[in-house]
Design a protein around this ligand. Structure first.
Ligand code: AHG
Ligand code: MN
Ligand code: MN
Length: 343
């Protein structure tokens, strides 16, 4: 019986730095900051079910301390850790209207969704934290400039997520593949558990809030109809959707599936945020051999115009995402023909 060497996240980071002579260690510091923060968040997440008996959210607990909403608490932990780490110039967060300056000399800009899937906290379903890292564009010591935070996803130098599930995981990429680490609570360390993750060749799962069906555009409707009813699909797909992007993405990455959050007739840009959800997941998908589109172009090529902008999102293996793009294109053409015919 063979034994596998245990590799801690720390050893993994050092090993990678050795292989990359340009590495200054400052990006690694950011990963360490995030790990520290999320270990504290994880502790609170695990106690989330006790909130009702130790104090209501937003009220005070029995020690008379303020109990914060978990997503605000998570944001605070991450911001504090990134500030202490010293390498982060500014941070953008789903929970804050504006960018926050942390270290005037920092070389990186970090984007966070501090707690993803927050509607699942109360019902004990997996949630996550998503992060994405960019090089700062402005000079050291200069003021924050739009070019620092309105960068294309293509410019990301790292992206990943923490998943607070049946176990706690970190999955991240620095642009050289995707690796997954699982927290061993007995020693408090993240251990390399999933090396070089790639999408399985076959896509068997689809994940979408299908309750929105009547609000979807025709191309997506027809794609769904195709995978559910066409004889060309030999083995029926499985539908899996919990409503936490991190959890749904993670399952599909390991098992082979597509995640869809399309635009709807009332919200053509969909629900998910480009900077905190779309771009980091898109980088992971690409690095795992898959693809991410907004239905028309690669998510990573979107030129952002606003910090909190939304994007339709389709993530999965290349073949599957290409297929849905084709459906969208064809049905756009048909509806254009119909519209022109009416004129
Ligand atoms: P957040 O908790 O950060 O606001 O994100 C929730 C997002 C995402 O995690 C999930 O996939 C999606 O909202 C679920 O939306 P629906 O309830 O519309 O399906
Ligand atoms: Mn989210
Ligand atoms: Mn969130």
């Amino acid at each position: 019986m063979g034994t596998h060497a245990i590799i801690t996240l720390e050893q993994f980071i050092i090993e990678k730095e050795k292989n990359n002579p340009q590495a200054t260690g400052s990006l690694s510091q950011i990963i360490r900051d995030l790990v520290l923060a999320t270990r504290i968040i994880n502790r609170e997440v695990n106690k989330a079910g006790l909130v009702d008996i130790i104090g209501a959210i937003g009220g005070t607990n029995i020690q008379g301390e303020e109990v914060q909403k978990l997503d605000v608490y998570a944001e605070r932990q991450i911001i504090d850790a990134l500030k202490r780490g010293g390498e982060t110039f500014a941070v953008g967060s789903e929970e804050s209207d504006d960018m926050l300056i942390l270290n005037p000399e920092g070389k990186y800009v970090v984007m966070i969704d501090p707690l993803d899937g927050s509607s699942n906290i109360d019902v004990n379903v997996s949630i996550g934290t998503i992060f994405s890292v960019y090089h700062r564009k402005s000079e050291d010591g200069a003021e924050l400039h739009e070019s620092d935070y309105l960068q294309k996803g293509r410019e990301q130098v790292a992206a990943g997520y923490f998943l607070y599930g049946t176990s706690t995981m970190l999955v991240y990429t620095t642009g050289h593949g995707v690796n997954g680490f699982t927290l061993d609570p007995s020693i408090g360390e993240f251990l390399l558990s999933h090396r070089d993750i790639t999408y399985p060749a076959k896509c068997n799962i689809y994940s979408i809030n299908e309750g929105n069906y009547r609000k979807l555009f025709e191309g997506v409707k027809q794609y769904l109809r195709f995978i559910k009813t066409s004889n060309e699909v030999k083995k029926p797909y499985t539908l899996r959707y919990v409503g936490s992007l991190v959890a749904d993405f993670h399952r599909n990455l390991l098992k082979g599936g597509i995640y869809l959050y399309p635009g709807t007739t009332d919200k053509p840009q969909g629900k998910l945020r480009l900077m905190y959800e779309g771009n980091p997941m898109a980088m992971l998908a690409e690095q795992a051999g898959g693809m991410a589109t907004n239905g028309y172009t690669d998510v990573l090529d979107t030129d952002p115009v606003e910090l909190h902008q939304r994007t339709p999102l389709f993530l999965g293996s290349k073949d599957e995402v290409t297929m849905i793009q084709e459906f969208i294109k064809v049905y756009d053409q048909i509806s254009n023909l119909v519209l022109n015919g009416r004129k």
